[in-house]
Write a protein that binds this ligand. Structure first.
Ligand SMILES: NC(=O)c1ccc[n+]([C@@H]2O[C@H](COP(=O)([O-])OP(=O)(O)OC[C@H]3O[C@@H](n4cnc5c(N)ncnc54)[C@H](OP(=O)(O)O)[C@@H]3O)[C@@H](O)[C@H]2O)c1
Length: 222
């Protein structure tokens, strides 16, 4: 995994999969910007990154808020231009049928899981294109049609579409855009399943793809 000295921004890095990816990228010698809303959690992850051999920096960011994204990216780029973006922040709420699901809950899930990645991509992509290098990995999910999880499923389908559409838009540039479907993971979001540490290598391989590798893929992680 060639991540040495690469600048990687990971959203939702304060817990679960985001934290595990941040520390693993640190082990590989990356400069990792750990973004999220809870300051203590992202700070803790950033310390873990540095301890693992990389350089960790915590940046407070609410991915649903354009101003917060813009401010956070500006702050992050003090460490150098962002070469790799991992859109990992995501939420799910309790199982509810579509008619029970409050509009506010639908909006919040879509804002976090789809608007967030869109805001991050639109802020960071122009620099990647200009510099002629970029890797974007969107964290999708294997559940796409689960009853009582319509908003989450719709958000991850939309994220897959965003991934493919953007990958076509940047065709020809050395900017590769892919998504992954991790298995069930034991995190704050979901109890039971694999430990996030068990799947990070497969995900980070997509963040470290060589020039000419495939783009626009939705990769299942087992
Ligand atoms: N767990 C599973 O079984 C599973 C399976 C497949 C895919 N996934 C996906 O994996 C990703 C990570 O989930 P996880 O399981 O690691 O859950 P998690 O521990 O709950 O992590 C989600 C992270 O997202 C951050 N976040 C939420 N809203 C945010 C916002 N508005 N702005 C910035 N950060 C925000 C949270 O931090 P703050 O609250 O501090 O901001 C949290 O650190 C998600 O996209 C999820 O859909 C999970």
């Amino acid at each position: 995994m060639n991540l040495k000295d690469k600048t990687v921004l990971i959203t939702g890095a304060g817990s679960g999969l985001g934290k595990a990816m941040a520390v693993a990228a640190g082990q590989a010698g990356a400069k990792v910007i750990c973004a999220g809303r809870r300051k203590d959690r992202i700070q803790q992850t950033a310390e873990g990154v540095t301890k693992a051999g990389g350089v960790g920096t915590a940046v407070e960011m609410d991915v649903t808020d354009p101003k917060s994204v813009e401010k956070g990216v500006k702050q992050a780029e003090k460490s150098g231009p962002i070469e790799i973006l991992i859109n990992n922040a995501g939420i799910i709420t309790g199982l509810k049928s579509v008619q029970e699901l409050p509009i506010e809950e639908w909006d919040k899930i879509m804002a976090t899981n789809v608007r967030g990645p869109y805001l991050l991509i639109r802020t960071i992509l122009p620099g990647m294109i200009q510099r002629g290098f970029g890797r974007i990995v969107n964290i999708s999910a294997p559940i796409k049609h689960l009853p009582k999880a319509s908003a989450y499923c719709a958000s991850k389908c939309a994220l897959d579409s965003l991934t493919k559409a953007v990958s076509y838009e940047v065709k020809g540039a050395d900017v590769l855009v892919n998504a992954v479907e991790p298995p069930f993971l034991d995190t704050e979001m979901h109890k039971g399943g694999k430990k996030p540490e068990e799947v990070v290598t497969q995900i980070l391989e997509l963040a470290a793809l060589d020039t000419g590798a495939a783009s626009g893929r939705i990769v299942k992680i087992v």
